[in-house]
Ligand binder design. Structure first.
Ligand code: NAI
Length: 258
């Protein structure tokens, strides 16, 4: 059996139907956490649930369908997760979308939707879950931003603004929760092979080419895997990471060094 640092803990993971969120849920579950899988994609979340149940040491799990941009849905989803599994010790906000284009051409609705899912969704989940953590005197919040939140290129205005917002929101939260036993940190991935990047680049080969030679190329010349990002999330979620808060950890194979 692998080490079980999260045994007895409940983790609530948004965006758990795919990519990074799924890898995070599986990583925490493998290491003992009961996992609530929140996503708007019910079929994808059910598949993650199946994968969790198939682990060598299965843990309790529940899949909850929710649009994280909707306050009432988020409150109901958190209630369902808590009723099924108990109070979350870990909250990981992975749900996100990417829509791009130069500001002058950016569709207003695309701007609104990106902020609604990436930034308001993260806010609403933090708002719903952190009071439970404060009451319990323990919590680990990990929000997923992006390298694009700090190293901004043309055409990424909506996405970059939402991801910079996630970092600022997390810093505010870290200060507010500092004496409550609750930390809040950010993981900022570089280019990672998921449905999102497949959608943007088309093929694995195109993603690899971008990692080697594109604007966001990295010196290792590699594409990150969702498990690389999950490792950083797992670190912030550890009980012994309790003195690390308000930080952003870039997982990008050296593409950007703050
Ligand atoms: P993905 O597309 O594989 O997963 C995103 C998940 O979020 C999906 O399961 C989707 O159904 C869910 N989701 C979307 N809108 C939602 C909503 N309104 N309510 C609930 N769930 C919703 O993409 P990936 O790459 O795993 O993305 C995870 C996070 O990582 C996102 O926040 C993304 O912005 C961030 N990220 C990804 C990078 C990459 O290269 N893949 C790089 C930097 C950041």
């Amino acid at each position: 059996m692998e080490s079980q640092p999260y045994a007895g803990q409940v983790a609530l993971v948004t965006g758990a139907a795919s990519g990074i969120g799924r890898a995070v849920a599986l990583r925490l579950a493998r290491e003992g956490a009961a996992v609530a899988l929140l996503d708007v994609d019910a079929a994808g979340a059910a598949e993650t649930e199946r994968l969790v149940r198939a682990l060598e040491t299965p843990v309790r799990t529940v899949a909850v369908t929710v649009d994280v941009s909707e306050a009432a849905q988020v409150r109901a989803a958190v209630e369902r997760a808590v009723a099924a599994l108990g109070t979350p010790a870990i909250l990981v906000n992975c749900a996100g979308i990417s829509r791009g284009g130069p500001v002058a051409n950016l569709d207003d609705d695309d701007w609104e939707r990106v902020q609604a899912v990436n930034l308001r969704g993260t806010f609403l989940c933090c708002k719903a879950v952190t009071p439970l953590m404060t009451a319990a005197g323990y919590g680990r919040v990990v929000n997923i931003s992006s390298g694009t939140g700090v190293r901004v290129g043309p055409g990424s205005g909506a996405y970059a603004a939402s991801k910079a917002g996630v970092i600022a929101l997390t810093k505010a939260l870290a200060g507010e929760l500092a004496t409550a036993g609750v930390t809040a940190n950010v993981v900022a991935p570089g280019i990672t092979d998921t449905a999102m990047t497949r959608g943007a680049f088309g093929t694995r080969a195109a993603i690899e080419e971008s990692a080697r030679t594109g604007r966001i190329a990295n010196p290792m010349g590699v594409v990150l895997e969702p498990e690389d990002i999950a490792a950083a999330v797992a670190f912030f979620a550890l009980p012994e990471s309790g003195r690390i808060t308000g930080q952003t950890l870039h997982v990008n194979a050296g593409a950007y060094m703050p």
